[in-house]
Design a protein around this ligand. Structure first.
Ligand code: ATP
Ligand code: MG
Length: 426
């Protein structure tokens, strides 16, 4: 038996012309998150009416991971006849097994012959008389809710909070530097919460990409896919960079490697239609994250750099990581390339110095060598399908070496991301 839900979005957050796009995207995302459960999603007077199979736990679990949902509830839809509403409310009261109650009617159809107050009084009297439950307007065991719409009445009691935010896909794509640590998955989650689609970019130390694909890195991407839908992960080998920079100044290493990651993200952005770069940095959490080093990371970037965790404390980030369900995974053993980079970096690295080394070590060319060896993985939570192939198979090498030119070349073209997304699941 399919269940019916009412799904509300927060209208306060919606301004002007964004609203229709938001509503369309949310409708699409709700349907996508419920795929496999035969969902039907209809827009009804500022809210969605959703039917789906699979049981309350499965449907509720997925709705509570769909950004843009303010709250939802399983409902019993009945006709507008008072007798039908009364019977459904009595049924809900009996099933609740509470000792006290209050009735909360809402009319989105103001033409209904009974006012909200009349509905509350008549339904309240019926519940008292038929079940013996007591009215308690301040701390009731159960709230019996009735929404009267133009088409039908929805009877329900418990409301479940959704994750809020904006529907994934309404704010653009972002190349997200993803380490598999505690912070970067949370940063990705916060970006999705504001409507962004992260394209995960991970630099791996292991001899092959397979190690990363079988590690916590991929497991975390899978968890994040339960919020954002189909995910793309680009795995870039660290080896080329490591070889070319060996023997350099150790205390500069983190800043230089981080600049290299940014340049790689910039170079890849057009292929994925990404218009920003993001990281899991939190201000001054590590020497590489001082305001000075944030500055030398960003210096000369052709794209904006987003840092959703900049102002959060570690404890706050851990709290969010638990909520997202990536915390335990992020503690799993993994050989990260940052582990072989010095533990005592400089806290005030000048941008010009990094620029100098970028030229001296030929990092622009190195970026493309690393990309030539990269792996493209896509994960579709529908059917749990993971596919991977060499990135070079699907991405032609651009002519220009300067990321700014590459970005301009790529602007407006159909991205690799779209082509991947459109391809039917294996
Ligand atoms: P995290 O928990 O996200 O690993 P962290 O506190 O360990 O963060 P760093 O290791 O300094 O901090 O990394 C800061 C940011 O740099 C990360 O959040 C991520 O965005 C990026 N980063 C670090 N290592 C990698 C990597 N191997 N691949 C891609 N991005 C990385
Ligand atoms: Mg890290």
């Amino acid at each position: 038996m399919p269940l019916t839900y009412v799904v509300h979005y927060s209208e306060v957050a919606l301004k002007g012309k964004n609203r229709p796009e938001f509503v369309r995207a949310l409708r699409r995302n709700i349907a996508r998150s419920l795929s496999g459960l035969a969902p039907v999603v209809e827009l009804r007077e500022g809210r969605f009416l959703v039917t789906a199979e699979g049981g309350a736990e499965a449907v509720g679990g997925r709705l509570s991971r769909t950004f843009g949902v303010a709250w939802f509830s399983e409902v019993v839809p009945v006709g507008l006849d008072f007798g039908e509403i009364r019977a459904a409310v009595l049924d809900a009261a009996r099933r609740s097994q509470g000792k006290s109650f209050k009735v909360e009617p809402r009319r989105s159809d103001k033409g209904y012959p009974l006012t909200s107050r009349e509905l509350a009084l008549r339904l309240g009297a019926a519940v008292q008389e038929e079940t013996g439950m007591k009215v308690d307007l301040t701390h009731p065991d159960v709230v019996l809710r009735v929404d009267v719409t133009r088409f039908n009445a929805l009877v329900y009691s418990n409301k479940t909070a959704g994750p809020g935010g904006l529907p994934v896909g309404t704010a653009g794509r972002v190349m997200h530097l993803f380490s598999g640590g505690i912070d970067s998955p949370v940063a990705a989650w916060l970006l999705m919460k504001r409507g962004c689609v992260p394209v995960y970019l991970h630099f791996y130390l292991a001899p092959t990409a397979r190690y990363a694909l079988e590690s916590k890195v991929m497991k975390e991407v899978k968890v994040l896919s339960s919020y954002g839908g189909k995910s793309t992960l680009v795995l870039v080998p660290f080896a080329e960079y490591q070889l070319a920079t060996a023997g350099g100044s150790a205390d500069l290493e983190p800043s230089l490697f981080r600049r290299f990651m940014r340049m790689t993200a910039e170079a890849l952005a057009p292929a994925f239609g990404a218009i920003a770069i993001s990281t899991g940095d939190s201000l001054s959490q590590a020497a590489s994250q001082t305001l000075w080093n944030v500055g030398s990371f960003d210096h000369g970037s052709s794209l904006p750099i987003l840092r959703p965790l900049l102002a959060y404390d570690k404890e706050e980030i851990i709290g969010m990581a638990r909520r997202v369900s990536t915390y335990d995974l992020s503690l799993e053993e993994y050989k990260d390339c940052c582990a072989i980079i010095t533990r005592h970096p400089r806290t005030r690295v000048k941008s010009d110095l990094v620029d100098e080394y970028v030229t001296k070590l030929g990092l622009h060319d190195l970026v493309w060598k690393a990309i030539d060896g990269a792996t493209l993985a896509s994960y579709n939570p529908v059917g749990d399908v993971l596919r991977s192939s060499p990135l070079a198979d699907s991405m032609p090498r651009p002519q220009a070496a300067d990321p700014r030119q590459i970005y301009e070349q790529g602007a407006g073209t159909r991205s690799l991301y779209d082509r991947q997304r459109d391809s039917p699941p294996a």
